[in-house]
Design a protein around this ligand. Structure first.
Ligand SMILES: Nc1ccn([C@@H]2O[C@@H]3COP(=O)(O)O[C@H]3[C@H]2O)c(=O)n1
Ligand SMILES: [Zn+2]
Ligand SMILES: [Zn+2]
Length: 245
């Protein structure tokens, strides 16, 4: 199963030269949007890709750079394309996405009263694999990001780890490589400072060479170019480029 991945953006939450860290995953004619941040509508517009060319959206956690574009996506689907997009979301996030994020902007008496009025909601149980298509299997892995906040990484097709936002978890990374056949990691990265809610480049550099070779960095700050050439075997993911795995 070969998948294609294209980052809509590779920036950290407040980056200004990169769009939010959101991805398109392609399996032949099927397109899954992974996270839909504030900048996702603009990024898709620049790629000439209207919302109705996307089959489903999956969200990893509730921060504006991951869900801030959902209101525009859902309104556009409802009023312009007259249909709902499929929304893959951890079951623990369903109520809070509506009550604490979307309801304020989207509520409309008798028309939009709940999340299922604007999305075809598909709640996912963590640590359970789901076949989205014949060639795309996803599993949400609960990971630490912000204290008390549910947040998930994604394990794709039994060999690709997509961290989303998380603090460094070398035990999980070793476990995935040693017992689950992981050989590619798209990992978020804080280039400088202490990683209170993110994983730092320094932490990723502390992994063995064999694991560094698997890592593609994403969710990085505007000064990323200062670090090119200083990441040993680790590679930077480039916004807009299509990768095959
Ligand atoms: N305890 C926190 C909480 C949040 N933040 C910043 O807010 C951003 C929210 O999106 P993010 O991509 O998770 O990155 C977070 C931090 O930049 C932070 O730096 N410390
Ligand atoms: Zn983020
Ligand atoms: Zn976050």
């Amino acid at each position: 199963m070969t998948l294609k991945l294209q980052m809509l953006g590779t920036g950290s939450a407040f980056a200004k030269t990169y769009f939010n860290n959101n991805a398109l995953i392609y399996d032949e004619q099927y397109t899954l949007l992974v996270d839909c941040g504030v900048t996702a509508p603009q990024a898709l517009h620049q790629m000439n890709k209207p919302f109705n060319e996307i089959d489903a959206v999956l969200i990893t956690h509730i921060h504006a750079d991951h869900v801030g574009g959902l209101e525009e996506l859902a309104f556009t689907m409802k009023f312009r394309f007259q249909r709902k997009m499929k929304l893959y979301i951890a079951e623990a996030l369903v109520d809070t996405l509506w009550e604490n994020t979307l309801k304020g902007g989207m509520y409309q008496k008798d028309e939009i009263m709940q999340l299922s009025d604007v999305f075809d909601v598909c709640p996912l149980k963590p640590a359970m694999a789901y076949d989205i298509t014949n060639g795309l299997r996803i599993e949400l892995l609960p990971t630490q990001h912000i204290p008390g906040k549910d947040s998930y990484s994604i394990y794709i097709n039994e060999h690709i780890f997509y961290s989303a936002d998380m603090t460094f978890n070398p035990l999980l990374l070793h476990h995935l490589v040693n017992t689950r056949g992981c050989d590619v990691m798209f990992h978020e990265c804080q280039l400088e400072g202490i990683g209170e809610v993110h994983t730092t480049l320094k932490e990723l550099m502390s992994l063995p060479q064999s694991m560094r070779e698997m890592i593609y960095l994403m969710h990085y700050a505007d000064n990323k170019d200062e670090f090119v050439g200083h990441t040993a075997e680790i590679t930077f993911l480039e916004q807009g480029k299509i990768y095959s795995f």
